[in-house]
Write a protein of this length. Sequence first.
Length: 188
Amino acid sequence: MNNVYETCPVLENDKYLLRFVKKEDAEDLLEVYGDKNALPFFNSDNCHGDNFFYNTKELMDKAVDFWLYSYEQKYFVRWTIVDKASNKAIGTIEMFHREPDGSFGHVGLIRLDVGSKYEKAEELKSILSVIIPPAYELFDCDEIISKVPLYAVERAKAFSEYGFEKTDRLLIGGNDNYGYNCYWTIKK
């Protein structure tokens, strides 16, 4: 595969299309990131205090601009998740290669954000089936990690059924040196 920071691939299955985020996605994504019921499931570990609650178009536009800038700087890739049935953006997936921090080696880290109506095991598992297989090569890793909070019952079911396992290892924040918990892992 090509370098993900030169050409971001479009990935899909029968239900979902994952493509690089665009400024035009902000309107649909405002419904996701302004959804108070979805907020507890967003992973904001080591994100400089941002909790990803964007309830105005201006805030959502700034977030998308930051995601585009971060891609140019090769910090992370942010895909928009499009529900093929409605042709609407229903969330995003951020992914990047994380260097070793003592707890985790060279891993791919996924942040999966969806609107609350998609926070269901079947939907999350379908989305995982799109991103996980190519992620190992795209992000040069043999292990992928993602946060699954204790209360995220549907998310835990989806990740478990897909093959992820809960780990007690802490993710040490590169910005704040804080130890974050509730990570799940899957190996190639």
